[in-house]
Design a protein. Structure first.
Lengths: 373, 261, 225
């Protein structure tokens, strides 16, 4: 039975929706079915996977084509019975990527905006409480334009949480912040949630955050859930190429074991579709089964002449097929019989005079080859 | 031979177009229909072209004073052309009264009038204008239109000026006054006979001529502008308008012939 | 004469601006946020008075309020008199004439409000009404003010429409622009000059006050080195 079919226990968020959406280039169908318990659930995936669309559906900003969303005992959306509660009645706190703080109001007014239904005494008390717990009480009279990025994030969080929502949605809330600020905000959030105990859906595409924050991770790709579970499980042993790439393995190859060398601690793997062989660390796998090997682009060295005297077991001859620069990273595609992505610094590219068509040698340590599940 | 003929025709046309003159005429608004007719006949006869500009006589007077390039000015009164001549802006010798204008009271259909007794000339204005169903009376602006001044004089003559002052509505010129009353927005209007007789007004209302002694005679006078470069053609046109043929046309349009001076 | 015309013109401008504020706000809101696919038709209609010569507009208004039209007849039956040649008639004509000048700045500034702010407002429990009053309107205020000022100024200078439907009645429909025109036509240049000057001074003082009161936006000082 799918998780979202039965009634939600108090505090649990159950989502089963489908929706056609597009990421600007192609159209996808978002189709998900999951249940989020109180605590932080990370929604992880590449851009265009549908994470924001999913949050929008839960919040009521977008309408799914079909499905059911229940927050605790309340059904906020059900296409079968025509229920579609508008966003202002869903009790969902949503921290938008742009924060959307009201520029013409002070911090206090921003935080109190959602408390209009309360009497002024209670409103004051609650807003003071949350301003203090997020350590922004001294900013109460300032405008959003007058405070720093980290402070703005706290204000946005406080504003969303002060209304005691049944579910909290965060869309990449910490991207532009430095590590210390991030850590502090996360601590405050955790402390707050320890008291409230609501499901928090936290969207990110940075794998460090997945590990830092999540108790539970859901990986989304092209509108579908491709993995669920504790972060280290989902990312440490990627079950798909996409996740592997997200987890930082730019080179993923199917291969078969052609020889095992227990005394060396290695095994020889032939990459599927080529004659290329790589030495990987020995592991207890069934040699008859195909397996997957992942190598990070940053773990590969490039030499412009055949290297000698190196410890690396893998030296592969190939030709540069393309060179791309993105910000301060240079990505080279090298064809050694199989296509490898190599990450270099611009300085390296310049001093080696790398260019397309150049014959190079790739150097990969045995221990840089990871077995993917 | 044929080539020669073509050349000859071509030359003839060229000569004809070169010698065909064009004059610009400023005319009082009440001549709207009459002058257009006269123009067509004149152009047909002589090949010369006449451009007409209609407006309140006072308006046109001010424009000529400021140097507007008109060749000929047909005013609705005598005073404006005389003033121009005295100021040296028009040829005194060309002053000519071409028609006598007449004022009528026009009431559109649908205005609830007590028609049981047809008003006689002495009680005309009083009987109609004081009725409660007459809420607005349209006249041309007396400051700039001779017909407007005549209308005010007629109202004064009948002792109605104060009584109907609040109901008066002023048109830019006699044409706008006629338009106000023809559209029904004004329930009565004191307008030129020539406009009341126009096709556009036919069947849409009823009019009564005001007795001639109730307002100063509208001696509509024309004059040639001094700055004109085509005085000869202007004179020809003026002559045509005041000829037997021209006068007959004017009479058709509601003007009376000026008595020989 | 002059004072009467001036007072009348001011009164007309105030009344018209007030009406356009009341009518313009909901219209601008609808134009800014509606997603009706035929909305562009409405936008074109609202913009018509900008393109139409005032005399054309005045002509159509005159026809519409005259006894030949159902509206004119209805009004006559209701009130006992026609809308033509009255102050109220001028108000109707002027409201139509200045409509786009009021509505377009308002629509533009409402549209410019960040949609995410509206989302945030809804997510915090605000109804559409509350979102309008607390978010859209305060942030769109410059456009609303511009609309009011523009309709006021536009009405002050109105001529063509008044000429067509006013009837030039002192105290009721003789606005300053008509008065000046009248005086010029009557060759009374001295009075015309005086009247025009008074109007000019008045407008100048109003505009100076307006610009003086507007909060100064910071500009780069180095642009004027």
């Amino acid at each position: 039975m799918s998780p979202a079919a039965g009634p939600a226990s108090p505090g649990e968020l159950k989502v089963a929706v489908r929706k056609r959406f597009s990421d600007g280039h192609s159209a996808f169908e978002l189709e998900v079915n999951f249940s989020a318990a109180p605590g932080i659930t990370i929604l992880f995936g590449p851009s265009g996977a549908g994470k924001t669309t999913l949050l929008d559906c839960v919040a009521g900003l977008q309408t799914p084509d079909g499905g059911r969303i229940a927050s605790g005992p309340t059904v906020v959306f059900d296409s079968a019975s025509g229920i579609d509660i508008p966003p202002n009645r869903r009790a969902a706190g949503y921290l938008l990527q742009t924060l959307a703080l009201f520029p013409h109001m002070t911090v206090r007014q921003n935080v109190q905006y959602g408390l209009a239904a309360l009497l002024s005494d209670e409103r004051e008390a609650r807003s003071r409480e949350i301003l203090e717990s997020f350590r922004i009480a001294r900013l109460a009279r300032r405008r959003p334009g007058e405070i720093s990025g980290g402070e703005r994030q706290r204000v946005a969080l406080a504003r969303a949480l002060v209304t005691r929502p049944g579910v909290l949605l965060l869309d990449e809330p910490l991207t532009a912040l430095d590590a210390t600020t991030k850590a502090r905000i996360v601590d405050d959030l955790r402390a707050w949630n320890a008291k409230q105990g609501i499901p928090i859906l936290y969207v990110t595409h940075q794998r460090e955050e997945v590990f830092a924050l999540g108790e539970n991770a859901i990986v989304l790709d092209a509108g579908r859930i491709v993995a669920q579970g504790p972060p280290h499980e989902v990312l440490g042993r990627p079950t798909s190429e996409t996740i592997a790439q997200l987890a930082g393995f730019e080179n993923v190859f199917e291969c078969t074991v052609v020889g095992q060398h227990p005394e060396q601690g290695t095994m020889t793997c032939r990459l599927a579709g080529s004659t290329l062989e790589i030495e990987a660390p020995l592991s207890r796998v069934d040699p008859t089964q195909p397996l997957r090997l992942g190598i990070r682009a940053g773990d590969i060295l490039v030499a412009t002449s055949p290297p000698h005297g190196l410890s690396a077991r893998n030296v592969l001859e190939g030709v540069i097929t393309s060179l791309r620069q993105r910000d301060v990273q240079v990505i080279a595609s090298v064809n050694c019989g199989a296509e490898f992505q190599v990450q270099l610094t611009p300085g390296a590219r310049n001093s080696l005079n790398l260019e397309t068509g150049l014959k190079v040698w790739l150097v990969v340590k045995t221990y840089s080859c990871h077995l993917l599940q | 031979m044929r080539k020669l003929l073509i050349y000859a025709v071509f030359l003839l046309l060229l000569v004809a177009s070169v010698s065909a003159q064009q004059i610009t005429v400023a005319a009082a608004a009440d001549l709207n229909y009459a002058l257009k007719d006269l123009r067509l006949r004149f152009e047909h006869k002589t090949g010369d072209k006449v451009t007409l500009s209609f407006g309140a006589s006072g308006n046109l007077f001010a424009q000529i004073q400021s140097g507007a390039p008109f060749d000929l000015f047909f005013s609705a009164d005598e005073e404006y052309p005389k003033k121009l001549a005295e100021a040296g802006l028009a040829e005194k010798a060309s002053l000519r009264t071409y028609a006598i204008g007449h004022l009528v009271l026009w009431v559109p259909n649908g205005v609830g009038l007590d028609r049981d007794h047809l008003p006689g000339p002495d009680t005309l204005l009083r009987d109609i204008l004081l009725q409660p169903s007459i809420q607005h009376i349209a006249i041309a602006n007396p400051k700039t239109a001779p017909y407007g001044r005549a209308a005010m004089a007629a109202l004064e003559h009948f002792g109605l000026k104060d009584k109907v002052a609040a109901k008066l509505v002023f048109g830019e010129n006699v044409s706008q006054a006629a338009q106000f009353v023809q559209s029904g927005n004004a329930q009565a209007g004191l307008i030129p006979l020539s406009l009341a007789m126009a096709p556009a007004m036919q069947g849409l209302g009823h009019y009564w001529e005001l007795p001639a002694d109730s307002y100063p005679e509208l001696r509509q006078t024309a004059v040639i502008v001094s700055s004109s470069k085509r005085k000869a053609t202007a004179q020809t046109f003026l002559d045509y308008v005041t000829s037997a043929e021209g006068t007959a046309v004017l009479e058709q349009y509601g003007f009376r012939v000026p008595q020989a001076k | 004469m002059i004072l009467q015309a001036l007072a009348l013109t001011m009164r007309l401008a105030v009344v018209v601006s007030a009406i356009l504020l009341a009518v313009g706000l909901p219209l601008a809101y609808w134009l800014a946020f509606s997603r009706w696919r035929w909305k562009f038709f409405a936008e074109a209609v609202v913009s018509l008075p900008i393109v139409l010569p005032p005399t054309v507009l005045g002509f159509y208004v005159l026809v519409a309020i005259g006894p030949m039209s159902p509206f004119g007849r209805w009004y006559q039956a209701l009130t006992g008199h026609s809308l033509a040649f009255t102050f109220e008639g001028l108000v109707v004509g002027s409201v139509l004439y200045s409509l786009p000048f009021a509505v377009q700045p308002m629509t533009a500034s409402f549209s410019a409000v960040d949609r995410k702010l509206l989302d945030a407002s809804a997510l915090l429990g605000a109804s559409r009404w509350r979102t309008f009053w607390r978010i859209v309107l305060p942030l769109g205020l410059p456009g609303v003010l511009a609309g009011v000022v523009l309709s006021f100024a536009h009405t002050l200078g109105e001529f063509g429409v008044v000429l067509m439907i006013g009837g030039n009645i002192p105290g009721a429909t003789q606005t300053v622009s008509i008065l000046i025109y009248d005086q010029v036509q009557a060759l009374d240049y001295a009075t015309a000059n005086r009247t025009a000057l008074i109007l000019l001074m008045l407008c100048f003082v109003m505009l100076a006050l307006l610009y003086g009161l507007r909060r100064r936006t910071p500009s780069s000082a180095w642009m004027w080195r």
